[in-house]
Design a protein around this ligand. Structure first.
Ligand code: SF4
Length: 464
């Protein structure tokens, strides 16, 4: 069972510049969302959430049916669906196709699914150049970092960090104005779009009844990635399918608002198949790669499979006090925050990264803002008990079990409990900053204990 990555967390917490960057970016996103879903702007917000939850529940319960329907509609429009079990299968497929078509350059628009399977690294090992074209992802590719946040991948970097990075990696003059930085990136990326052989994107939704891949974005890079190269490959998790085009009205109303506070993102693209005869734009070949990578494992548990409802809006990250403190890179996988804490142990097994379900205050803010109503705190508790069971089966976690047995005994022996509570209230400030409790106490000051315990106050009240 892997432990908490304490070193990285301590570093993040102890870095005031990074703390400020995380806090101010997430606060902005929180404020924008609050403004967009308020009762004046979106009076039926709660009904939309309920509807979204119902659609997702229904789809996940009939996933095989909707995947088959989606596949046949893609084929009817001249495209092809490819099922992949693992990340390796995805890269094998793309490498094989690139080899056949003599492709050398791939442009990519933002896709968490490809991040999940280390797509770029796998392809670059075979001398296939892969260029991220979303500005945040492009910055991270230059910095050799993984996304810090689901919708704002470079959220932790300030414009000064980006200025330095561009100077170091692109050899340009230091430019701290975001508009000028965007122009620098655009100049490089335009050339890449024009020279690319393949465009790879993710998919926000896959519409079963039309076979359309739906992409939402703000920069227009997904549009270029899907129309300039001769081949378009959309890589998506199998859970991205939704039954009907009408359902998009529900999800599009929720996604932009929950993510960035936008009623609708700048571009919404519906892509179904390669360019038809007489059409000016579009690829000659169109593929949709549907990835499992552990998703089908989640289907068998009726409670835990709601993790697959996620539409990757990032709202739970922004509102999570733990994410806002420890940032994105201390989570072991590409998915961070509350959604990362529930899906990572399920995808990788609770014996891996078993600390994640415990990285939560269970305050419930994530569930309150989730547009598809995933019961995140409930799933965290379920996973916590699975982690504890796994530890027991491995013969570890004995100290913890002993501590809880002592606690249970104390709770059933009130006199001893009260005597110890009195003693504890006097010595709370003396907790050591080193030793087994050190990593907890070194970053925290316990608040002064109340002068009177609740029990004593209650007893006095009853007497008076
Ligand atoms: S779990 Fe909900 S709030 Fe979090 S990213 Fe997914 S859809 Fe958004």
């Amino acid at each position: 069972m892997q432990g908490t990555p304490t070193g990285g967390i301590q570093q993040t917490i102890g870095d005031p510049r990074l703390q400020l960057a995380i806090y101010s970016a997430t606060r902005r996103l929180i404020e924008h969302r609050a403004g967009a879903v308020g009762s004046e702007r979106l009076p039926d917000y709660q009904e939309l959430r309920t509807r979204a939850n119902q659609i997702k529940q229904h789809t996940i319960e009939h996933l095989d049916h909707y995947l088959e329907q989606f596949e046949s509609n893609v084929a009817a429009h001249g495209g092809k669906v490819v099922y992949c079990r693992t990340g390796e299968d995805v890269s094998d497929f793309v490498l094989g196709l690139a080899k056949e078509r003599k492709a050398h350059l791939i442009v990519k628009s933002k896709s968490m699914t490809t991040e999940e399977v280390h797509f770029n690294e796998r392809l670059e090992r075979h001398q296939l150049e892969t260029v991220e074209t979303d500005l945040g992802e492009y910055i991270l590719q230059l910095a050799h970092e993984r996304p810090y946040h689901i919708v704002a991948p470079a959220l932790h970097m300030t414009r000064y960090d980006v200025a330095e990075l561009f100077t170091k990696t692109l050899g340009v003059a230091k430019e701290v104005e975001p508009e000028k930085q965007t122009k620098i990136a655009r100049a490089t990326l335009r050339e890449k779009f024009l020279g690319a052989d393949i465009g790879v994107t993710g998919a926000n939704f896959l519409v079963a009844d039309s076979g359309a891949v739906v992409l939402v974005e703000n920069e227009g890079n997904a549009r270029l990635s899907t129309s300039a190269p001769k081949i378009h490959i959309a890589v998506a998790g199998i859970e991205k399918v939704i039954p009907r085009a009408q359902d998009l009205a529900v999800f599009l109303d929720l996604l932009g608002r929950s993510a960035t506070g936008q009623p609708l993102t700048v571009y919404t693209s519906f892509l179904s198949g390669p360019r038809r005869a007489g059409e000016l734009d579009g690829p000659d070949e169109f593929y949709v790669v549907l990835l499992d990578n552990g998703r089908t494992k989640l289907l068998k548990d009726p409670e835990k499979r709601q993790s697959l409802y996620c539409i990757r809006c990032g709202a739970c990250l922004n509102h999570c006090p733990v994410y806002r403190k420890i940032g994105g890179h201390n989570y072991p996988w590409v998915y961070s925050g509350p959604i990362g804490a529930i899906i990572t142990p399920q995808f990788h097994g609770v014996s891996e990264d078993g600390w994640l379900p415990f990285a939560s205050s269970l305050c419930g803010a994530c569930a309150e803002v989730c547009p598809v109503k995933i019961e995140i705190p409930k799933l965290l508790l379920k996973l916590r008990s699975e982690v504890t069971e796994a530890k027991r089966a491995q013969g570890s976690g004995g100290v913890e079990r002993f501590a809880f047995r002592v606690w249970a005994w104390l709770m059933t022996h009130p006199k001893t409990y009260l005597a110890l509570a009195r003693l504890g209230s006097k010595s709370a400030g003396l907790l050591p900053k080193v030793g087994p409790l050190g990593s907890w106490t070194s970053q925290r000051e316990l608040p002064p204990m109340a002068s009177q315990s609740f029990h004593r106050w209650w007893a006095q009240r009853r007497r008076s």
